[in-house]
Design a binder for this molecule. Structure first.
Ligand SMILES: Cc1ncc(COP(=O)(O)O)c(C=O)c1O
Length: 420
């Protein structure tokens, strides 16, 4: 597909979504011209394979209702099924009764409630850190931490597989930003050595990589980082509730909780809400509280969301068997998908990619899965490497063996039909 004006969709053969990539950097006199040139989304819509912004009628945890039809939900991050837990729902409702629907201001000024402070205490205790700070999203937690710490005299070093919010945070920061090859300790070491020894360095890694479900080599990273005299932060958005004793995350999983300088997380996955946090040394958290741009210049996490996360954390502590169940389901699916011959990368968690490769084929299979009652996420470049389009599947503690076996049967049917 070209971008010479509005292409005739019927001329496209074979269909490809590649053309959109040039739009990332397209110039021109009119800033709208790139928008007018985006034809790939319409093409996918016309082909019936557009997978994004699909409205969900009802979300019932392991299943959802889409277009009036029940589907098995293998595309959420509701790892412990807590978004529909009656106590979590009730906590959110009660918080609205007590505080209203919004604090209408930033944490710094009028936006801090007692609930925020209680949750910060709970998080610090759960993750074994001195203090924590709650943000309005996990995205903003990364923006806040990194914009505060990486000033002109500092450098951020990130795994190239890190989440987009870390890349965006790097752009917002005044210091140097460097990437190293995914999970490659030799490259990490080289990058650290190449930075001026007088420059303060913060290395940040995802605990569990969000698209492929692989786990960071934290013992290796920790050794290299601390040998280089740098600081280490772990964004454990997908590790909490899955890894470590009681779901305390990747650092606890490796017994390295005391060696990790900062732990960053989100409430939008296991903790059944929205919001984010950083936990670490009290003085450092206090610095971020006063210098993190995303906490200073955006309104605070609403009461209902704060209360929901607080209650979800309480249930996580009380019911660690949920963590066991989500991992059993993840293991079951990894083993069975592998024995059906699927390429699932190096997933070690309940996030299990099914690598397809070709983009149009991935979207076609996505659509057919949905028609067969299975919801998964279609993931294309730049969220994954080029030529590695995949179907991201994720499992929760609440999926039953029947849900999983039915999904496997349909995956096998797709494989037979499309033979990839
Ligand atoms: C590793 C990682 N960090 C940060 C975020 C952002 O979290 P939130 O959705 O709370 O903004 C995500 C969300 O997908 C993530 O996967």
């Amino acid at each position: 597909m070209t971008h010479k004006g509005k292409s005739n969709l019927a001329e496209v053969s074979p269909p490809s979504l590649e053309g959109r990539l040039s739009l990332f950097s397209k110039g021109g006199k009119d800033v709208f011209s790139k928008a007018h040139d985006l034809v790939e989304a319409d093409m996918a819509r016309q082909m019936g394979i557009y997978p994004y912004y699909l409205p969900i009628d009802r979300n019932e945890g392991p299943v959802a209702i889409i277009d009036g039809k029940e589907v098995i939900m293998l595309g959420s991050n509701n790892y412990l099924g807590l978004t529909i837990h009656p106590e979590v729902r009730e906590a959110a409702v009660q918080a609205i009764r007590d505080y209203g629907t919004s604090m209408t201001g930033s944490r710094l000024l009028n936006g801090t409630s007692k609930l925020h402070q209680e949750l910060e205490g709970d998080l610090a205790e759960f993750f074994g850190k001195e203090a924590s700070l709650v943000f309005t999203t996990g995205y903003q937690a990364n923006l806040g931490v990194i914009s505060a710490l990486i000033n002109e005299g500092a450098a951020l070093v990130m795994d190239k597989g890190d989440h987009a919010s870390i890349y965006d945070a790097a752009r917002l920061s005044k210091g140097e930003a460097r990437g190293y090859k995914h999970n490659d300790l030799a490259d990490l070491s080289q990058v650290l050595e190449s930075i001026n020894s007088e420059t303060g360095k913060l290395v940040i890694v995802d605990g569990v990589f969000s698209m492929e479900g692989d786990v960071v080599d934290l013992p290796g990273v920790e050794r290299v980082v601390h040998k280089a005299g740098a600081r280490l932060a772990v964004d454990d958005a997908h590790g909490v509730g899955i890894l470590g004793p009681g779901g305390r995350g990747t650092a606890h999983h490796f017994g390295l909780q005391d060696k990790i300088d900062l732990m960053i997380g989100t409430f939008s996955k296991t903790l059944a809400s929205i919001g984010g946090f950083v936990a670490g040394e009290a003085k450092v958290v206090d610095f971020i509280r006063h210098f993190g741009r995303s906490i200073l210049f955006s309104a605070s996490l609403p009461p209902a969301s704060t209360a929901a996360a607080k209650k979800a954390l309480e249930i996580l502590k009380r019911e660690p068997e949920r963590v066991e169940r989500v991992n059993q389901n993840g293991r079951y699916m990894r083993e069975n998908l592998k024995s059906l011959g699927f390429d699932i990368g190096v997933s070690e968690t309940p996030i299990v990619p099914i690598v397809v490769g070709d983009e149009i084929l991935a979207l076609t299979i996505w659509r057919e899965l949905l028609d067969n009652g299975i919801y998964v996420n279609a993931v294309l470049y730049p969220a994954v490497q080029r030529d590695r389009a995949l179907l991201r599947t994720s499992y929760t503690s609440e999926h039953t063996r029947e849900h999983l076996d039915l999904a496997l049967e349909i995956f096998a049917k797709m494989k037979k039909k499309h033979g990839w």
